[in-house]
Design a protein around this ligand. Structure first.
Ligand code: PHE
Length: 338
């Protein structure tokens, strides 16, 4: 045993610690649980008799030598060099780095996109400042026709003869898409739109829409109904829907779609004005005039379009009572939608 102790001592002395890497090797070889010192201590446990005391002393002194050499080298090579700064308490909790969260409208928009992507729709985008053609004329709003008053428009002062406005709906993107592509077209158009309306808890002067457009040979109203039914079942769960005749200059026939919420909760009652039904979107078959304006042959192709307000659906989903809350950037509000 004494021989083994002396042998270990020599090996330890001969071990050259020249950097932090060899320091670690030293620690593993001599000091770790599987190191040679532990091995000797294990053997020591088995020793009985008179020499145990002496062997114990020798073993301890080698242990001290090994540890001293280690600590001295550590002092030299360790990356935790002592600095002149006061020591930081490493056990203190870290100050959390706060991540932002996505906006509830973004969440709902992405959820809607995912549902339609699963049945073959892609996403198209367009500018928020539009000319008269893309926002109105191409969409079959005649010049000076009262239909233009349906959407109170923010016009932009400009010196040019071309009239520009903040787009009042994302249908303008439909026009751009149809002008620039050959059917079949199956796209979603999400985006911000602007209307000169009185700001209240229920309506704002800007909001978000998502529209859909499908143009191909032999697209029918039943395709539209089935697609919207699929969307409702995925987003709201199995619910009754109904279509009411409506009017939009760019679709014929046109409809508005309601979903049945019921009147069991106070909020449902208030939202549906006691009827149980809530209007979710406008839709219809694309008017042949719009196809002609966009250089698509209405004899060959038909299509449907639909459009819904993302903000209202977001309010419904999360029970948000005032639309303005969504645009105040109050982090106490936004943090709830992580
Ligand atoms: N653009 C219409 C609106 O803003 C919605 C709509 C889109 C209606 C497509 C029918 C078809 O009110």
């Amino acid at each position: 045993m004494i021989e083994r102790i002396n042998h270990l001592k020599e090996k330890m002395k001969a071990f050259d610690i020249s950097n932090s890497e060899t320091l670690e090797n030293y620690r593993l070889k001599f000091l770790s649980k599987k190191g040679e010192l532990t091995e000797l201590f294990d053997s020591f446990k088995l020793i009985t008799g008179a020499e145990k005391k002496y062997i114990g002393q020798q073993l301890n002194s080698v242990r001290i030598e090994i540890e001293t050499k280690f600590n001295e080298a550590k002092e030299k090579f360790s990356s935790f060099k002592k600095s002149s700064h006061p020591v930081t308490d490493l056990s203190l909790p870290v100050s959390a780095f706060e991540l932002g969260s996505s906006h509830p409208i973004t969440n709902v928009k992405n959820e809607i996109i995912k549902i339609f992507e699963s049945i073959g729709f892609n996403v198209a985008k367009g500018p928020e400042i539009e000319d008269d053609w893309h926002n109105f004329s191409a969409l079959n709003f005649p010049e000076n026709h009262p239909a233009r008053d349906m959407q109170d428009t923010f016009f932009i002062d400009s010196d040019s003869s071309e009239k520009y406005a903040l787009r009042t709906h994302t249908s303008s993107v439909q026009v751009r898409l149809m002008e620039n592509s050959i059917p079949p077209i199956r796209s979603l158009m999400p985006g911000r739109v602007f209307r000169n309306e009185a700001v209240s808890a229920r309506s704002n002067c800007f909001f978000h829409q998502i529209e859909g457009l499908y143009i191909d040979e032999a697209v029918s109203f039943s395709d539209l109904k089935q697609t919207l039914y699929y969307f409702v079942s995925q987003f709201f769960g199995e619910r009754e829907i109904r279509f009411r005749p409506s009017y939009f200059p760019f679709t014929e026939p046109s409809a508005e779609m309601d979903i049945y919420l019921g009147t069991s909760t106070e909020q449902d009652y208030r939202l549906t004005k006691g009827t149980g039904w809530l209007e979710i979107l406008g839709c219809g078959m694309v008017d042949p005039n719009v196809l002609i304006n966009c250089k698509i042959d209405p004899e060959k192709f038909t299509g449907y379009a639909f459009g819904m307000g993302i903000d209202r659906i977001t309010m419904l989903k999360y029970g948000i009572k005032d639309i303005r809350q969504m645009f105040e950037n109050d982090s106490r509000f936004l943090e709830q939608f992580i």
